[in-house]
Design a binder for this molecule. Structure first.
Ligand code: PMP
Length: 371
């Protein structure tokens, strides 16, 4: 039976969380959809033009594994200007997800502990488990800030890696400079790898973005074009970190992804010169709109960045509340998809304002009527 062929590692993960939500949503007709994890803008035209041009110019074969030289050079020069680290090397990955897969494979031995802040981006827990890591959750409820003493207490002899994400999916929390510095310094003190997922760094509304790499030269930064330039389907990301780690990641990329999609890398080069500040400003206004509309009836923490809010349910579990929302034609995601707790739900405000308004109306109505 083909079922018997499946490796043990595949039984460590399941697709049930999000799938359950989409099963529930399957019968919805024209839902008010606040579940979408990507910008609602299309890719800017200059990027599309660069992509079409690259395809027409025949840039359709493999590129070098580490990426095309002009893109690496441009990112490397920005990284060098920002951090001034002698040993910080850049390569181009197949999305941020591809980079996460590579870094975990490159660093985690079976039984190694991986610290993840809860709530977390769903992929972290699954990927960490698939490579044999043991997850150690550090809770950040109720306001999603990082308590450095909790992190210190979670560290053991087996701790190998900390996965950090600011601005955060699902909470929109942006770590302060003090928190980021404390985490970076703790990782250095304990000689633990700190992986910083900076895919939402362009989307900070109340304070400037700070990377832990500013305080620890061994931080491994993964970043990408998906969110900042609406390029989720292009599968383009990049990584920078200490050469010894980057070399291992490139080695594994050679035997897995081979290279990031070649024409998209030329599109990425155009994206680096594409100003997205008007989009960021638009999302800041959408954040303000939703915060104003929901503040009376919902506890709101985080939401200083990305395009998510992670709200405490006014009644019931996250699953119960979202089930009722779906019955009322509003698609939102229960907190237990992103957390070991089921007390919250996630909304994405990457949507047209008219849809946000309708979503806020339904949420406020639901809050008043315990089902
Ligand atoms: N990290 C986080 C925190 C994300 O939210 C996402 C996308 N939802 C990713 C990584 C993956 O992005 P990419 O398209 O670059 O693989």
């Amino acid at each position: 039976m083909s079922e018997e062929w499946i490796s043990d590692r595949m039984h460590l993960i399941d697709a049930s969380g999000i799938r359950k939500v989409f099963d529930l949503a399957a019968n919805m007709k024209n839902p008010i959809n606040l579940s979408i994890g990507q910008p609602h803008f299309d890719t800017p035209d200059v990027i599309k033009d660069a992509l079409c041009q690259a395809v027409r110019d025949g840039k359709n074969a493999y590129s070098q594994t580490q990426g095309i030289a002009p893109l690496i050079e441009k990112i490397q020069s920005r990284v060098d200007t920002e951090y001034h680290h002698d040993d910080r090397q850049v390569f181009i990955s197949s999305g941020t997800s591809g980079a996460l897969m590579l870094v975990l494979n490159a660093l985690i031995n079976p039984g190694d502990e991986v610290i993840v802040f809860d709530p977390f981006f769903v992929m972290y827990s699954h990927l960490a488990k698939v490579v044999g890591g043991n997850l150690v959750f550090v809770e950040t409820y109720p306001n999603f800030s990082i308590d450095i003493e909790k992190v210190r207490n979670a560290i053991t002899d087996r701790t190998k890696l900390i996965l950090f994400n600011s601005p955060s999916n699902p909470t929109g929390y942006v770590a302060s400079e003090a928190e980021t510095r404390a985490l970076a310094e703790l990782a250095a003190e304990k000689n633990i790898a700190l992986v910083s997922d900076e895919i939402y760094r362009a989307f900070c509304y109340d304070q400037p973005f700070v990377s832990p790499a500013a305080f620890n030269e061994n931080v491994i930064v993964i970043d990408g074009f998906s969110k900042s330039h609406s390029m989720t389907g292009h599968r383009l990301g990049f990584v920078h970190g200490p050469q010894s780690v980057i070399q291992q990641m490139i080695k594994l990329q050679q035997y897995t992804f081979v290279c990031a999609p070649h024409p998209m890398q030329w599109a990425g080069l155009a994206a680096l010169d594409c100003d997205v500040s008007d989009r960021v400003e638009e999302y800041r206004q959408k954040r303000d709109l939703m915060r104003n509309r929901l503040a009376d009836k919902f506890e709101i923490s985080g939401a200083q960045g990305a395009f998510y809010m992670f709200l405490k349910t006014p009644w019931g579990t996250g699953t119960e509340f979202c089930t009722e929302a779906i019955r009322n034609n509003l698609l939102i995601i229960p907190g237990n998809v992103f957390s070991s707790c089921d007390t919250h739900f996630r909304i994405s405000y990457a949507q047209e304002n008219s849809i946000l308004e309708q979503g806020a109306d339904i949420l406020n109505r639901l809050a008043d009527h315990k089902m």
